[in-house]
Design a protein around this ligand. Structure first.
Ligand code: CP3
Length: 352
């Protein structure tokens, strides 16, 4: 337990203040996938590491790549370098990343779900906890550290298909054909992922984000059962241990269901994808902080497309709690000069 005076001594972190509901102008900024292939220094370290998973599980290298965007741009938040698929990997599923193909796993069968157990889970993930601890000790005190995991539905879609697909049809079919096995799989993932976040927080994460990248492919009742319910379960478990650590939910593509997602899951903040209208985003700020939501392709394009996209978000959303971010991860072809231009434009903003 932290004492009152220790909390008072902790330096202000703009990102954390906004997640608690404060309005800051200019808003704090970070980028999803801020450590990644658009940075030459990342590509260099990645080459030295050999495989992508070696990078994730080596605390020296994971620390290094997490720090790279902070050194270069001085973001308000740093996100642990890892991947959402280390959770099924730690549960004994095989995983590899192939150049140009993304993640590859052996597809799980409905009959295999009950055999999944948490034996050795935290031992497997110990290097991640070590990376988090080192980061919190060495990051600038005003830079918040974000831990993360995938939401059960999104992780399950990769376990079932064995790779990414355009609309995660294999996961959806599995949910309809094997509803009981699906709910047991999601419950296991929810419980293990919540424990994973609890450990990241205990190791030094100041906030956590739950990535539900594939929320947007579900119909309304499946969204409720496969996205909302497992995330609500996770939030309850994490909050029971760390009630004051903010949780950001990112149900990408949730559309008009964003508001009820926050209400039903009790996440503190909502990550918005770029298709969320700013008028809707403004409305969502009445319920707490929002984070987002520049189209990553505006950042690739630069120029007017970038400036207009940035200004629209700032004009519409700086009247309430906003963390400026992209609406999804930065892509490898993004010019670094465009990232610099975006940051400068956000940091110069004083309202209008
Ligand atoms: O944001 C950060 O800087 C932290 C690191 C991070 C990575 N993946 C590194 C990564 C985070 C937060 C993730 C999350 C993640 N991983 C998600 C959810 C967010 C999203 O993007 O929708 C998903 C669905 C995954 C699974 C995954 N990992 C895919 C589909 C891919 C291939 C796509 C790609 O960009 O290549 C990965 C690989 C991956 N994860 C890379 C990075 C930097 C690129 C791999 C490489 O360097 O060779």
């Amino acid at each position: 337990m932290e004492t009152q005076s220790a909390a008072a001594r902790r330096p202000a972190r703009p990102f954390i203040e906004v997640l608690a509901g404060k309005t800051l102008v200019p808003p704090p900024i970070w980028m999803m996938r801020q450590a990644g292939r658009y940075l030459p220094e990342y590509r260099q370290t990645r080459k030295e590491a050999g495989s992508f998973l070696d990078l994730c599980y080596n605390p020296d290298l994971a620390f290094e790549v997490t720090m790279q965007p902070i050194r270069r741009f001085g973001f308000d938040a740093s996100i642990l370098f890892s991947d959402i698929l280390v959770v099924p990997h730690a549960l004994g599923r095989d995983l590899r990343f192939e150049e140009g193909r993304g993640p590859l796993m052996t597809p799980i069968d409905a009959s295999e779900v009950d055999a999944i157990d948490g034996d050795g889970f935290h031992d497997h993930l110990a290097p991640v906890y070590e990376t988090v601890g080192r980061l919190r000790r060495e990051l600038p005190p005003t830079t918040a550290l974000i831990g993360f995991c995938g939401a059960p539905w999104t992780v399950a879609t990769y376990m079932i298909a064995g790779h990414g697909t355009p609309d995660q049809a294999p996961g959806r079919l599995f949910a309809y054909r094997h509803a009981d096995a699906m709910s047991r799989l999601l419950a296991k993932l929810a419980d293990q992922s919540a424990e994973y976040l609890i450990r990241q927080i205990s190791a030094g994460a100041d906030a956590v984000q739950i990535f539900d990248s594939w929320s947007g492919v579900l119909d309304e009742s499946s969204f409720e059962a496969l996205c909302v319910a497992p995330v609500a379960r996770m939030v309850k478990i994490v909050k029971a241990v760390h009630p004051n650590v903010p949780i950001i939910g990112f149900p990408k593509g949730a559309g008009s269901l964003y508001g009820s997602f926050r209400q039903k899951t009790a996440v503190d903040a909502l990550g918005l994808d770029w298709t969320v209208p700013l008028s809707q985003a403004k409305h969502l700020q009445a319920g707490g902080a929002v984070q987002g939501n520049l189209d990553p392709m505006r950042l690739v394009a630069g120029g007017q497309a970038l400036d207009q996209g940035v200004d629209a978000i700032l004009e519409q959303l700086t009247g309430g709690p906003l963390v400026f971010n992209l609406g999804h991860g930065i892509t490898p072809e993004t010019p670094i000069s465009h990232v610099e231009r975006m940051i400068e434009r956000v940091r110069r903003w004083r309202g209008n």
